[in-house]
Design a protein around this ligand. Structure first.
Ligand code: FE2
Length: 145
């Protein structure tokens, strides 16, 4: 249960960063202010297992960086978005380092196993097979991640 709640809080906390990833489609950076406060139950759950929250948070940052750089590797010819993808990969890796530094300070190890993202797995199954169509599908999935 805590992993799920931590994941939701993580998503809210990182909303503006997710919007940067969403900018793959528009090639411009967007920021959104969070319009609602986190529910007290969420905060309680995070504080009840803060190490798990940090581990999940670090994993999300690492995955975001890896996904951006994966797009660079798979689509080197898409020069119109390569700078944005590279910047996003670096930015997310910097976020990972920030979370990791907090984890080190709190003596929290990185997670030993990486849980499968079921929603991503389901979306990937729906991707088209053609290169151009698959590129667009991956951009859409990246904006969700
Ligand atoms: Fe991030």
């Amino acid at each position: 249960m805590y992993k799920g709640i931590a994941y939701e809080i993580n998503n809210l906390f990182l909303l503006h960063f997710n919007m940067v990833r969403g900018a793959y489609l528009s090639i411009m950076k967007l920021n959104l202010d969070i319009k609602s406060k986190s529910k007290p139950e969420w905060i309680k759950a995070v504080l009840a297992d803060f190490p798990a929250f940090l581990q999940d948070h670090a994993d999300c940052e690492r995955k975001a960086s890896a996904m951006a750089m994966s797009m660079v590797a798979k689509y080197p010819d898409r020069t119109e978005i390569l700078p944005e993808l590279i910047d996003t990969g670096i930015e997310e890796l910097e976020h990972f380092k920030m979370v990791y530094d907090i984890m080190v300070a709190k003596d929290v190890p990185l997670a030993h196993s990486i849980k499968e993202d079921l929603y991503i797995k389901q979306m990937i199954k729906l991707c088209h097979s053609g290169r151009e169509e698959r590129f667009l599908d991956r951009l859409l999935i990246g904006s969700v991640v």
